[in-house]
Every structure is written in C-alpha cells, then in structure tokens.
Design a protein around this ligand. Structure first.
Ligand SMILES: [Zn+2]
Ligand SMILES: [Zn+2]
Length: 68
C-alpha cells in the first residue's frame, strides 16, 4: 500500500501523484491552518499548483487567513 498514488485534484481536476509517505506536499511551507482548511474543504491533498495557491493565500477560507 505504499508508493505514489494517482489522484485527481478536487480543485482543478488535474491528475497528480501523491507520494503518501514522504510526499512532496510535506515539503511545502504550508501552515497547519491551511492544512486544516484543505482537510475540511477537500477529501484529499491537492495538486502542487493548487497547494501553492493555498500557501500564497490565493485559495482558501478568508476567515482562516491570518486569523491569529
Ligand atoms: Zn489542483
Ligand atoms: Zn500528498
């Protein structure tokens, strides 16, 4: 059950690979709040393009942005 899994990004419908353990998404500078939002809004992790949008604040719940 290890190794990359092909998934479809729920945000942009692009096919991407999620690496599970040691996934590339773990290397991104994503905050816990942003991760929480992704978990709530989607069932799975997103493609790198959409994750980068979340990190830059382009995508995400406005109420979660700098909410502290
Ligand atoms: Zn995407
Ligand atoms: Zn992933």
């Amino acid at each position: 059950m290890r190794g990359p899994v092909t998934k479809v990004c729920e945000s942009c419908n692009q096919v991407f690979e999620c690496g599970q353990y040691g996934c590339w998404c773990a290397q991104l500078a994503i905050t816990e709040q942003q991760m929480d939002w992704i978990e709530q809004a989607f069932n799975d992790c997103l493609c790198s393009a959409c994750l980068n949008k979340v990190i830059s604040g382009e995508l995400g719940a406005p109420s979660l942005r700098r909410s502290r």
